[in-house]
Design a protein around this ligand. Sequence first.
Ligand code: ATP
Length: 232
Amino acid sequence: MKITLDNITIKNGDFILKADGEFERGVHLITGKIGSGKTSLAMAVAGFLKVSGGRIEKSGTGSEIYSMQNPEHHVTAEKVRKEITSWGLNPEFIADRYGFEEMMDKDPVLLSRGELKKLELACIAERNPDLLLLDEPFSSLDCVEKKKLISNLCNRKDKITIIFTHEQAVLPKADYIWETEEGHLICHGKTPEAILRWKNCPQYITEALRRGIIPDNITVDDVMEALCRMQG
Ligand SMILES: Nc1ncnc2c1ncn2[C@@H]1O[C@H](COP(=O)(O)OP(=O)(O)OP(=O)(O)O)[C@@H](O)[C@H]1O
């Protein structure tokens, strides 16, 4: 299973992003400043934005889901129950498993953004596609829900997950780190070595590296563990 970006050029208005590289099985974190092209790239990989140069090849991915930044863009039904059905899932099962019993007869667009994101992510977790593109999945979630999402992603090691985000506080364990910068997608490679090349990393990583601590991965817990190892 593999996604290949073969020297692609993406144009979104006046904005241009060039990308070249391969996404293998595992969790890929694509970080970058606001407006650096994360959503444009996600849309291109999902096939929602035509590339104006190069090509995108997908091999071995039988199923894929593109989770858009704004959860309301996914809504297709007037009741939560029907919305879950539209994902090809059993509403009662999802309600029971994820605690949506109280909202089953509500209009999805009247849910809070966080509730709606939680609903969408629950449906995605159940569908468990071969290729999962998550554009800013952490936005509108509280810390508890962010951690649940991260824990779900750990079970996708045999699939491809690409997370496009500027989240700097609660991050998942990543197998690969990428960055969008100055119109280019840059691959920093596999963790932990990639951490040393990661420019737009969170403050806690910068601080750890400054103290000579190299974590095994990118979460706060990884940094704490590396600190304990160093002190012990
Ligand atoms: N529909 C559009 N028409 C014209 N320009 C666009 C369009 N969508 C995006 N852009 C431009 O493309 C650039 C990249 O935007 P994009 O949304 O891909 O960045 P991003 O890194 O995802 O930003 P954010 O972190 O805010 O979501 C921006 O300069 C933006 O103004």
